[in-house]
Design a protein around this ligand. Structure first.
Ligand code: X2W
Length: 287
């Protein structure tokens, strides 16, 4: 009996792989930008599983670009240094001392942790920030927020070069300004949207800690047009933290991204589920 149960497991595994073929063919050569937020990073197991999904994507011919956050890790170090964390409309108020901590945590600790996790799973990854090769140039978004950047110029050739070499780029959302001595802290979702837009990516996956965009009845919407999203923001159905995420999605689609998915990064193999199964995951926004 035990032997038979095991056979059944293997048969199911083989079938799952076989059923993934049309999706692998559809996404072969596609550029998929994945935003990996600090809340989704969780423990070492969650990080390893995410890295494995990304390496598998690359292995079957998809070009993933990882853009990460790290808000909770920034909060930790600021606390240890006795610097208060303050947020206005979901964005960190960033003075000079804070921007130094943000850059250290994101480009040092968090970025290298993700690079290491991808290498551990047998992929090739290179970490960079918006400063490298002038990838993302920003201006001040709002003086009230201090050194928080709004991307105004994108130079994504470095990402194309890395992808062409079989390397997975891992981008920290820190940027330079028009004046090269400036350093900007960029919201991770904003950075991922700007990078996906500049690459005219096939998909932007925004991994969050909610199951997707919900309608008035509280059900997750599996597919929406930008017009529907705009109407849901206007009538208050989309509220709170989902507003900046859906606005990022709308802007990315305007910039030429073919589809944006807001999905729950806490679900096992969330990226694979979305890209390689009929089921998909979360909410797809597409014209
Ligand atoms: C964010 C950057 C990190 C981020 C911050 O300082 O926390 C701004 O708020 P998560 O983990 O994706 O939230 N920047 C301007 O976006 O991290």
């Amino acid at each position: 009996m035990k032997q038979r149960a095991m056979d059944q497991d293997w048969i199911a595994t083989a079938r799952t792989l076989s059923e993934a073929l049309p999706y692998m063919q559809r996404y072969s050569g596609a550029v998929v930008v994945v935003k990996f937020g600090g809340n989704a990073m969780g423990d070492a197991d969650a990080m390893a599983e995410f890295a494995r999904d990304i390496v598998l994507m690359r292995q079957v011919g998809v070009n993933p670009v990882v853009v990460h956050g790290g808000g909770p890790m920034i909060n930790d170090l600021l606390k240890r240094l006795g610097i208060e964390s303050k947020f206005v409309r979901g964005k960190r108020v960033t003075d000079q001392a804070t921007v130094e901590v943000v850059e250290m945590v994101l480009t040092g600790l968090v970025n290298k942790r993700i690079v290491q996790a991808i290498m551990d799973e047998g992929g090739r990854a290179v970490g960079l920030s918006g400063k490298d090769d002038d990838l993302m140039v920003c201006e001040m978004e709002d003086p009230e927020l201090g050194w928080v950047g709004r991307p105004v110029e994108m130079n994504v050739q470095v990402l194309r070069d890395l992808m062409a070499a079989g390397i997975i780029p891992v981008v920290a959302p820190v940027a330079t300004g028009m004046d090269p001595v400036e350093t900007f802290n960029v919201n991770g979702d904003t950075a991922a949207g700007a990078i996906a837009g500049a690459l005219k990516a096939d998909r932007l996956l925004l991994l969050t800690d909610v199951s997707g965009v919900k309608n008035a009845a509280g059900e997750v919407m599996t597919a929406m047009t930008p017009e529907e999203v705009r109407a849901m923001i206007a009538d208050g159905t989309i509220a709170g933290g989902m507003i900046p995420k859906t606005e990022t999605a709308l802007k990315a689609i305007e910039d030429g991204v073919r589809g944006v998915v807001i999905l729950d990064g806490r679900v096992s193999n969330a990226c694979l589920l979305e890209i390689f199964t009929e089921h998909g995951a979360g909410s797809l926004i597409r014209s």
